[in-house]
Design a protein around this ligand. Structure first.
Ligand code: UD1
Length: 344
């Protein structure tokens, strides 16, 4: 029988790509999403790619009674992948309580329902933001956690601590915490991808929307950093590669491949790429011209960070395999598809 997984935030960017990979691997997926930063279209996209429509319910993870009812209804959920969260760094500075409420309460609810429903494992979406500005790059999982530079970043740190404290208290669950670097790109079918509400805060959607003419000009936040070309450096990881790591993590917990109750992995390529290199690469592989200008630094940005992904490579047997060129092509194909559909 297919194992059933609850995916919170499954209509969102990383959640939808992960649902595709879970279904391809033979899992049955139940998605809950409040659609606050996603649309039901991604469920259609998942069905088009896999031929299977995941179960979907519009539920807010903070609504504990609704959550309990859903889990009872399905009866045999074995694992949770918890994506649902607010993720705009700038907004979190303006609305800290919203971020603490959404990102902390929802995780507590997930953890609380696990033992009583015999749900064995939870994969948690964390971020390289927990490292702050690294002393050295590439950065591995043993690096110190630095004070968070935003409420958003703080929620990820607190979430990681909550999971560890709960498991330390003897809760009969396992967890794998995945620290993402910068996920970009879209499924090669262009049926699912990243579609932020309003003005994009992240680099790639701003690039693709500028290239297609929705935005007039891309602002590059700073070219006076201590990096070869002066712009910030990130580890841009293909979203499908990233999604596949979640399937491996879920298999690992459900099949008890490790005795550890909590494990932490960096998910990145191991390569640092600057913002200007990314822009140039996007123009080159897609043969488009981008209107961009250099502006002042954005508050709170990290200068340079890229992953040491060896632990995930060795222990999980996972490795990022997509090239940056193909990833940038997939991002543009997705934007063209949105235009074709009249969405953006
Ligand atoms: C940020 C968070 C990360 C979070 C992610 C999800 C920090 C330090 N990073 O990643 O934890 O998981 O958002 O939303 O908290 N840039 C431009 N112009 C733009 C947009 C971005 O130049 O219009 C630059 C930024 O200055 C940065 C790079 O592009 O140097 C990447 O920015 P972005 O895509 O927003 O991701 P992060 O800030 O790395």
């Amino acid at each position: 029988m297919k194992k059933k997984i609850l995916v919170t935030g499954g209509a969102g960017y990383i959640g939808s790509h992960t649902t595709v990979e879970l279904q391809n691997a033979g899992y049955e997926v139940v998605i809950i999403d409040d659609l606050s930063n996603s649309t039901i279209d991604s469920i259609d996209g998942i069905e088009k790619i896999t031929g299977v429509r995941p179960h979907f319910e519009q539920i807010d993870c903070n609504d504990l009674p609704a959550l309990k009812e859903l889990v009872k209804k399905h009866g045999d959920i074995q694992g949770i992948i918890h994506f649902a969260a607010s993720k705009a760094v700038g907004e979190s500075v303006q609305k800290p309580l919203l971020y603490y409420r959404n990102n902390i309460d929802s995780l507590i609810n997930m953890l609380e329902i696990m033992p009583e429903n015999k749900i064995k494992g939870i994969v948690f979406s964390s971020s390289c933001t927990v490292y702050g500005e690294p002393d050295n790059n590439p950065i591995d999982e043993t690096a110190p956690i630095k004070p968070a530079t935003s409420p958003y970043g703080n929620t990820k740190q607190i979430n990681e601590e909550i999971i560890q404290d709960y498991i330390r208290s003897g809760a009969p669950i396992k967890s794998i915490i995945l620290r993402y670097f910068n996920p970009i790109g879209a499924h090669p079918s262009a049926e699912i991808g990243e579609l932020p509400n309003g003005v994009p805060q992240n680099l790639i959607p701003f690039i693709t929307q500028t290239a297609i003419g929705v935005r007039e000009c891309l602002s590059v936040f700073g070219d006076d950093y201590n990096t070869p070309d002066g712009s910030c450096i990130r580890d841009f990881i293909n979203v499908v590669d990233l999604a596949k790591a979640h399937v491996i993590a879920m298999d690992r917990m459900l099949e008890d491949k490790s005795d550890e109750k909590v494990e932490i992995f960096n998910l990145g390529t191991g390569n640092g790429v600057s913002v200007l290199e990314l822009i140039n690469g996007f123009e080159r592989v897609n043969d488009v011209k981008l209107n961009y200008k250099i502006v002042a630094r954005r508050g709170g940005d990290i200068e340079k960070i890229w992953a040491e992904p060896t632990r995930a490579n060795k222990v999980l047997g996972w490795k990022a395999v997509e090239t940056l060129d193909d990833t940038l092509k997939s991002a543009w194909l997705w934007q063209l598809k949105l235009r074709e559909k009249g969405i953006m």
